[in-house]
Design a protein around this ligand. Structure first.
Ligand code: FAD
Length: 456
């Protein structure tokens, strides 16, 4: 049985291979927001609700669900199953942080109504649950240590004293079918979007670091520059984007080796104070090009900047599809690498030298404020794909040595490359510990066989 949401998985996790597909498309009810003081509230919604529809439903009451991936047509259940993360993970974290309660159908048909705090791991490292009308289940919590990074979608969550809800978040449909979820929501922030042109990677990394520092200070009430996200597009990524995407955004195509950053700034009341401070930070970092600004309320302007950002993966995907016509077997070959932020500059230089040493055409973009970039091969042939995979494995090993992870937000799915990365991260022992978790909840291996790891 393969549970599927919007099937936007980039890992083959939602692509059936002879499975019985359980679609969540018709599970689309959204409840009313239950207010919880001034800080927000909770809303219960079905697994098949697209996040764009959830945001639309929340808008009239002024609420907002923060962990939305770049593709906002993804469904609530799919995003929880992959622990998806949006551009603003630096401020808001990934889906895990927002999930309060889940309804899950287990492989034997038992239905769990699971609230945070109901089941936590015992000191001897196991989660004990008693599904209604079924035999008790003991789940051994894996002993591996997860990397300490802003986002992670790399197999089963495992921590001493962990909550059972966290085991289902990010389990990619292998442990049970999520029917609905209760998630936290917050008052919708007003935001500016700003496009900034930097002259080099070094300048872009320094500027992102400075913006993060200002953001953290603003959360303590010490300054007006509340940056929630910084997105990165290198000149190679921008070179693939068609002219009309720049024309739509009202932006000139930058010369090589420029980098564009798309900065999202939340403003409580006074956008001017935030923008004045932004200019000071740009000056301090030596950024001399004037930024393009979409003020709060200019939703169309902001949407055009985000369309430019989204046209980067779309344009690279179009190149991959065109190459496939003459070289069948060519496919998207990309890293989803995250490092602790203080290793970002080093990791970016490493991605470039690895691709350049292999003489591979490539582009790099991603969620730079999280330390999460997507180095992509722009393949011309099957040979590029094969050598690109080796290059990404090399980068992944280096990233792990920096305390990072090669599986930040897209998950593992049925991708042979990503399954190799998962094994590299936790070793054979870690994979066996995950198998033990799977066996405890799904002894007949009914759910999503071959997702995350093979049975044997
Ligand atoms: C253009 C583009 C941009 C993207 N940007 C991002 C990004 O910024 N951040 C990010 O994290 N991801 C991103 N993704 C990847 C993808 O959108 C996410 O992985 C998303 O969470 C998948 O949601 P979905 O509803 O499409 O799930 P699907 O692709 O249908 O399923 C994903 C996995 O979850 C399982 N699953 C789905 N629903 C359930 C359920 N109800 N119960 C149990 N298991 C279930 C499936 O079996 C599968 O293993 C992007 C994808 C695209 C195409």
């Amino acid at each position: 049985m393969l549970p599927v949401g919007a099937q936007s998985s980039l890992t083959g996790g939602a692509t059936p291979r002879g499975d019985v597909v359980i679609s969540t498309r018709a599970l689309n009810a959204i409840g009313a927001v239950k207010k919880d003081g001034a800080t927000g509230g909770t809303v219960r919604a079905d697994a098949g609700v697209p996040l764009s529809a959830l945001q639309r439903a929340l808008t009239p009451s002024g609420y907002y669900y923060p962990p939305v991936p770049t593709y906002d047509g993804a469904f609530l259940g799919g995003t929880i199953s992959t622990n998806a993360a949006g551009a603003a993970t630096f401020k808001y974290g990934s889906a895990r942080r927002w999930v309060e309660r889940l309804t899950v159908v287990l492989a034997d048909g038992a239905i769990l109504d699971l609230k945070r705090g109901d089941v936590t791991a015992s000191p001897d490292g196991s989660l004990e649950l008693e599904p209604p009308g079924a035999a008790p289940i003991r789940i051994p919590v894996p002993g591996y240590t997860m990397p300490d990074v802003a986002k992670l979608s790399a197999g089963y969550y495992a921590r001493p004293g962990m909550d059972l809800v966290d085991l289902f978040v990010g389990s990619e449909g292998t442990l049970g079918f999520i029917v609905d979820a209760t998630v936290r929501v917050i008052p919708r922030p007003r935001a500016c979007a700003v496009l900034v042109r930097c002259t080099s990677d070094v300048q872009a990394v320094a500027l992102t670091a400075a913006l993060r520092n200002d953001a953290v200070a603003s959360w303590r009430g010490e300054g007006p520059l509340d940056v929630s996200a910084v997105e990165f597009m290198d000149h190679r990524a921008l070179a693939v984007v068609p002219d009309d995407a720049f024309a739509c955004a009202g932006v000139k195509r930058p010369d090589a080796p420029s980098v564009m950053l798309l900065v999202q700034i939340e403003v409580a009341a006074d956008a001017d104070a935030a923008l004045e401070r932004l200019q000071q930070v740009l000056d301090a970092c030596g950024v001399d090009a004037d930024p393009h600004v979409a003020m709060p309320g200019d939703l169309d302007g902001a949407a055009r900047f985000f369309e430019l950002r989204e046209s980067v993966p779309a344009s690279v995907n179009a190149v991959v599809a065109a190459a496939k016509l003459t070289h069948p077997g060519v496919e998207k070959t990309a890293g989803d690498l995250v490092v602790p932020f203080d290793r970002l500059g080093e990791s970016l230089a490493l991605y470039r030298t690895t691709f350049e040493r292999a003489a591979l055409p490539y582009a790099i973009w991603g969620h730079v404020s999280d330390g999460n970039l997507h180095p992509n091969v722009v393949p011309r042939s099957w040979d590029d794909v094969e050598r690109g995979r080796e290059a990404i494995l090399e980068m992944a090993r280096a990233v792990m040595a920096m305390g990072g992870a090669p599986l930040a937000e897209h998950g593992v799915g049925r991708s042979a490359l990503k399954q190799r990365l998962l094994r590299a991260l936790y070793g054979d022992r870690g994979i066996d510990e995950m198998r033990a978790v799977k066996r405890a909840l799904d002894p007949e291996w009914k759910f999503s066989p071959g997702v995350l790891f093979p049975k044997d």
